[in-house]
Design a protein around this ligand. Structure first.
Ligand code: GZL
Length: 339
């Protein structure tokens, strides 16, 4: 690692400025004044991070948690790239990190497939890759570790909550009409949440999934798809929205159509992520349940890097802690919620 660091100084200076000039959305996280050197000290650990975008409140909290741990004070030089929802930008950024010989590459893959080649390039360059949040369908030998959520369990949690909710509403026999708004096609979060919920739904022949369409994890698309559902179906009982940003769009569409959601509403509303603004709506009763998806992966990632730096073994798969929020327990977390 020392040899690499010695060599890296010159390479980084040239490539860093080339990269900053070329994409405009990559930043060397260290804002250095004129008297500081524009590249990492030999004793700094250089981390190249490719973030998939900034599409949601969840994503912003995830990015912040990374920038708060990989700091100069903690001995890191962070090179951060925002791929703006494009896989090709992530692959470009990873290749740039490889050519700059960073010490570690961390990225959240926007979709699961299409990573084999660039992961093989990183492996050949002997740069450990840590995957966060979503995952890849590449062979696990091509990356060192993954840290994130059990998305399938999140989907099952949503289904199990609905089972209990319907028992209480005496729905056990009459038909339950459900619409689903999915996140980015091919993303681990979308695939897992869909599969997990379906596993539970398959246990109930009276659960009728009317529609399951992509709303891309954004508020605008969520409103557009929910408006379409409302025009097409007059008897929706349950809405499953695979993230809070889409849920905000869902609420806008439903309100404009003159309906209500949540406890005592016309429709039951299930959301995912557990962001503060959505938990406020759980507290007020607009959202029935919010399945948490923990974005604060920074500390978990920094612990993995620290272990690798010390030559310690790390687990390949690392799940983060998550909860389920309803009006019964949301007050216990709302005041301290940082995202
Ligand atoms: C989940 C993450 C998803 C969130 C969305 O880990 O990948 O992407 O649920 C975000 O809010 O856009």
């Amino acid at each position: 690692m020392e040899r690499k660091r010695r060599m890296r100084g010159y390479i980084v200076v040239c490539l860093l400025f080339a990269l900053l000039m070329s994409t405009g959305c990559t930043s060397a996280q260290q804002d250095f004044s004129s008297e500081e050197r524009p590249y990492p000290d030999e004793n700094m650990t250089v981390i190249g991070v490719s973030q998939l975008g900034s599409e949601s409140m969840w994503r912003s909290a995830n990015t912040a948690s990374i920038q708060q741990v990989f700091t100069k004070e903690n001995g890191y030089f962070l090179m951060y790239n925002n791929a703006r929802q494009k896989q090709e930008n992530q692959i470009k950024a990873i290749r740039s990190f490889i050519s700059q010989q960073v010490d570690y590459i961390i990225f959240s893959p926007i979709v699961e497939s299409g990573w084999d080649t660039v992961l093989k390039e990183a492996k050949e360059a002997k740069i450990p890759v840590i995957i966060m949040d979503r995952n890849v369908d590449s062979d696990p030998s091509l990356y060192t570790a993954w840290v994130g959520s059990d998305f399938t369990e999140e989907g099952r949690n949503a289904g199990r909550w609905l089972e209990e909710e319907l028992k209480g509403k005496n729905f056990s026999h009459s038909q339950v009409n459900i619409v689903i708004l999915q996140g980015t096609p091919g993303s681990t979060a979308m695939l897992g949440r869909t599969e997990g919920f379906q596993t539970v739904a398959d246990r109930h022949e009276n659960w009728n999934i009317l529609a399951c369409e992509n709303a891309d994890f954004t508020t605008a698309k969520g409103k557009e798809v929910m408006s379409k559902y409302l025009k097409k179906y007059s008897d929706i009982d349950v809405i499953v929205s695979q993230n809070d940003d889409m849920t905000i769009g869902v609420l806008q569409a439903i309100s404009e159509a003159g309906y209500t959601t949540g406890t005592g509403g016309d429709m039951t509303l299930i959301s995912f992520d557990g962001t503060k603004s959505a938990l406020e709506k759980v507290k007020s009763g607009l959202i029935n349940v919010d399945i948490e998806c923990n974005p604060l992966l920074g500390p978990y990632l920094e612990e993995i890097v620290r272990k690798l730096e010390n030559g310690e073994p790390v687990d390949k798969i690392n799940y983060v802690e998550e909860k389920i929020f309803t009006q019964k327990n949301v007050l216990s977390v709302l005041d301290n919620r940082i995202y």
